[in-house]
Design a protein around this ligand. Sequence first.
Ligand SMILES: NC(=O)c1ccc[n+]([C@@H]2O[C@H](COP(=O)([O-])OP(=O)(O)OC[C@H]3O[C@@H](n4cnc5c(N)ncnc54)[C@H](O)[C@@H]3O)[C@@H](O)[C@H]2O)c1
Length: 347
Amino acid sequence: MARSSGCEMKSTNIAPKLKVNSMANQSFFVTGALGCIGAWVVRNLVREGINVTVFDLGTDPHRLRLILTADELARVRFVAGDVTDLPLVESSMRAVGTTHIVHLAGLQVPFCKADPSLGARVNVVGTVNIFESAKRLDIKQLSYASSIAVYGLSEEYPEPVLSHDAVTKPRSHYGVYKQANEGTARIYSFDDGVSSIGLRPYIVYGPGRDQGMTSLPTKAMMAAAMGKSYHIPFGGRSAYQYADDVARIFIQAARADFQGADVFNLRSSVARMSEIVAAIEAAEPDSKGQITFDDKPLPFPEDMDDSSLVSVLGTLPHTPLDEGVAQTISIFKQALKDGRLTSDSLK
Ligand SMILES: NC(=O)c1ccc[n+]([C@@H]2O[C@H](COP(=O)([O-])OP(=O)(O)OC[C@H]3O[C@@H](n4cnc5c(N)ncnc54)[C@H](O)[C@@H]3O)[C@@H](O)[C@H]2O)c1
């Protein structure tokens, strides 16, 4: 167990129980669903035939268009709205008969750093509004995105594999906001019986991952698909999670009849950057020598235990790294061919 320090909080585990709700008549409300993980959540739900509402500040469905057909996209309901607007969040949830919530809307590390006040409004107040609306609609369970960024520097955690309940010691505004959300979830469980499962992704990769600090491995995959060179200014060993797998876990977590509030690390594939580059070169042999990186590790613990999440949700979806990278490059190549991506897409 890591040492404790000032600003920290342990995750809670309040008698988890799992029952899967009937899927008939489900209506999913997915915030931030024009983003990377959200787009994959929407794709999975649409392919299951489930009603899904995208609630997002943005209006550009370019990530959805990368991975859904036009017919699939036509089955999605869109609400352009801000999670900081409680009356709008609540009325939108009501209007579409929401039964399930996946809360993903948020500003990532660089945006929170550039404007901490806005970051706090969106990430913290926005999350309070989702829980408050769930309470008012009597929705008893939801899933939401926390982050690996709730943890401190890797050297603060001497154990090689980070335990599920290691103390949180965030080093960024973003991490502090995510930590606050984990507290919000706990209080809505204690006070109002709104249960939740928070998930802490690390490096999510795959089509649609085009912003945020750890989007660069995916951008390197896009560069390879375009026949361009690309440099990633970090390396080391980290946990990589294919966006489709992450999305499925968020859906499983929203459906779990889970009592209490807990937050879980995601693991999937733990790999060195050299293995990511090797997977890119295997999928796109012309990229050999074109993808480079600085072997500076990210500041976060590199490996984490996900057995607690498995004990709550059962077997987790897991796409092997080489398959996830190959699928990503293949989707990018197809999108380049039919004009859904252009060389300008690589910024
Ligand atoms: N991608 C990762 O590697 C990763 C890692 C850890 C945690 N997370 C968390 O997972 C969640 C989803 O990540 P992502 O990669 O899909 O993010 P993303 O940046 O691709 O998408 C976020 C979405 O939130 C929307 N949004 C921003 N402000 C909003 C507001 N005020 N109201 C409504 N919508 C708003 C954006 O328009 C965007 O579509 C985020 O909360 C993120 O912090 C992601």
